[in-house]
Design a binder for this molecule. Structure first.
Ligand SMILES: C[S@@+](CC[C@H](N)C(=O)[O-])C[C@H]1O[C@@H](n2cnc3c(N)ncnc32)[C@H](O)[C@@H]1O
Length: 383
């Protein structure tokens, strides 16, 4: 990675999150070159890449373009990749993996494309240095991503390695936890900025409350991670990294209103507290074991977000109907002046809330299409 030269960077994300990722990148001062469901392209330096890995909340991976070329078959792919100066980028002591996305008549198997790229890299290093790096499917070292569409190929260094949604604070997951990047997208969709209370009944392992705390306080979310893909590259500039990390760790002193996180399960609250402590935000969140209907709601108005179960097994959904009706009643009776949100993968259950949703934003929780239902909970009469 060249720390100073501008280069193409593709930041990938989960479905439904590109809009929020774009907003983050614009906020950080980047111009958007292009955007699609799976990611956003910008221009930036290797130093920017390091910073983005520490600060992006809704991203999966930050990919740094190494080569873009035309290619008509697997043989040509090997040849082109084999001419790249890998011996200057990878030490034979390293471990690498290759991931491919292929949509071309030239080849119908992405694993075969990955194998060709991997062979081209290790053969080159072996020919130049007499030793070759190990390779396999682990993603915590050097990872290269190949995109092959028609006769065009893009080969990237995956500078994140493991997905950035793994922030390393969730030591205890409890039941059905949200992926951290999705939770951050949900919090961003509510417009939360720390200036009003954030209330999260049914908090489970605390992901929404923790992401809200990180967003509200303006804290860099990647500081807990000690391993990123770019660290494994030959010539990794440790000094620059320490400097960028130090800058990022100065962020996040912003005062925020209290965050309230409750759950009926003692174990869930234990997990959530532990996770919040690991994330360094436990002092910003009031945890309580209680039924959602007893959640203490600050009077001044704010944001209340539920992520209830939505019953993926047959018959489970019926049992959850009273819970959804109850959430509607709770918001109506106890959350006047708030914006209310329910994140659910079951729209039939969503209808049981009994309030008119102002918006229904689409997100994906894994493969499940979900909605973030938005309710305006007026206080008193409204003109
Ligand atoms: C889908 S999980 C929430 C996951 C959470 N967003 C996370 O990322 O970990 C739903 C949570 O609702 C809690 N719950 C179920 N019924 C409840 C009730 N009546 N009152 C409060 N919490 C309840 C469960 O204990 C569970 O932790």
């Amino acid at each position: 990675m060249d720390l100073q030269k501008q280069n193409t960077i593709l930041v990938t994300c989960g479905p439904g999150l590109a809009e929020y990722l774009e907003a983050e990148l614009v906020d950080l001062g980047f111009n958007i070159e292009s955007s699609h469901a799976g990611g956003v392209t910008i221009k930036g330096t290797g130093a920017d890449v390091m910073m983005l890995n520490l600060r992006l909340r809704t991203a999966y991976n930050v990919l740094y373009l190494l080569n873009e070329f035309r290619c008509s078959d697997a043989k040509q792919l090997y040849k082109i990749v084999n001419t790249m100066p890998w011996e200057g980028m990878i030490s034979p002591d390293e471990y690498l993996s290759v991931v491919s996305r292929v949509k071309t008549p030239a080849i119908d198997n992405s694993m075969f494309a990955s194998m060709k790229v991997k062979d081209a890299i290790v053969d080159r290093i072996s020919a130049k240095l007499g030793e070759r790096p190990d390779s396999g499917s682990e993603r915590d070292c050097l990872v290269y991503n190949l995109y092959w569409r028609g006769d065009r190929c893009w080969l990237y260094l995956n500078t994140s390695g493991l997905k950035l949604s793994d922030r390393s604070y969730r030591k205890m997951p409890y039941k059905a936890p949200l992926r951290e990047s999705l939770a951050a997208g949900i919090v961003m969709a509510t417009g939360y900025d720390g200036s009003v209370p954030f209330v999260n009944p049914m908090c489970g392992s605390g992901t929404l409350a923790i992401e809200a705390a990180l967003i509200g306080a303006g804290r860099a979310c990647g500081l807990l991670r000690s391993n990123f893909g770019f660290m494994h590259e030959l010539g990794f500039d440790k000094e620059k990294w320490v400097e960028i990390r130090r800058e990022a760790s100065k962020l996040g002193g912003k005062d925020i209103k209290r965050i309230v996180a409750t759950d009926i399960s003692v174990d869930a609250i234990r997990c959530a507290q532990k996770n919040a402590m690991t994330a360094g935000v436990q002092h910003l969140i009031d945890f309580k074991v209680c039924d959602y209907s007893e959640t203490p709601v600050p009077e001044e108005g704010g944001i209340v977000v539920f992520n209830p179960e939505y019953g993926m097994r047959l018959g489970d959904a019926d049992k959850l109907e009273p819970l959804y009706e109850g959430m509607g009643d709770f918001m109506k009776q106890c959350c006047a002046g708030y914006m209310g949100y329910i994140f659910t993968g079951n729209m039939q259950l969503g209808k049981k809330v009994g309030l008119r949703a102002k918006r229904r934003l689409v997100f994906f929780n894994g493969d499940i299409e979900c909605r973030l239902l938005t309710y305006e909970l007026y206080s008193g009469s409204r003109e």
